[in-house]
Design a protein around this ligand. Sequence first.
Ligand SMILES: [Zn+2]
Ligand SMILES: [Zn+2]
Length: 267
Amino acid sequence: MRMPLPADYHMHTPLCRHAKGEPTEYAARAIEVGLPEIGFSDHSPMREDDFDDWRMRARELAEYAAKVERARLDHPTLPIRFGLEVDFLPGQEPWIREMADFHEWDYFIGSVHYVGDWAIDDPATLNQWRNRETMEVWTAYFKNLTDAAATGLFQIIGHADLPKKFGFVPAGDCATLYRNFLTACADTETCIELNTAGLRKDCAEIYPHPDILKLARQLGVQITFGSDAHAPNEVGMDLERAVTLARESGYEECCRFEKREKSVVAI
Ligand SMILES: [Zn+2]
Ligand SMILES: [Zn+2]
């Protein structure tokens, strides 16, 4: 018998300029693969529209809401949540609070993609990894991630060990980095997500690593699931594997969000 699937809370739309397919097509695919619930979490705008070229513009937030509303009207049996994957950079907190007031969001996923002005997961800047000390980048990354969790502005922290994407993993021990980050999550009751996009990248692993997940469980940090779909065919992808990993790490439940209110369901 097939395993019941959890909600897929991480998916994108063409507004971010690097995803394909309309939200209504993602929703159709979700029903096809048997998902009980989905949530959109497209890349948040920055206050400056020219910040980079892989996110929606601030003026497109209304269009984003309309696209998700279209998906809801087309698929009334599927609960569809409305969120954002919000980039956390130090100093962005006032802008994130402003965005939180634009809509009645179901949740924000706080993600770190930047170390300084470098988007560490951007294939176009992959060479930078060869010019930097891997542990130094991971340390800076986890500092930002810890600060993100500590703000309490996010319901979920996205793809916690994204720096492994291209296979640059430090030889040294990262346990302190993980513990500091997860302690901040526990203190603010912020979830982490199991994100299956890593399976489709060079690292060929779910984010985060089982070591992080096991420590998260010990510290009482709760979880959500996400495919990080950038196309309809990626919706729900490998979520069974993520549920298996969660169970192996000691988890028996995951979280859902509605208007930022958390509830818990068995996995
Ligand atoms: Zn993306
Ligand atoms: Zn991301």
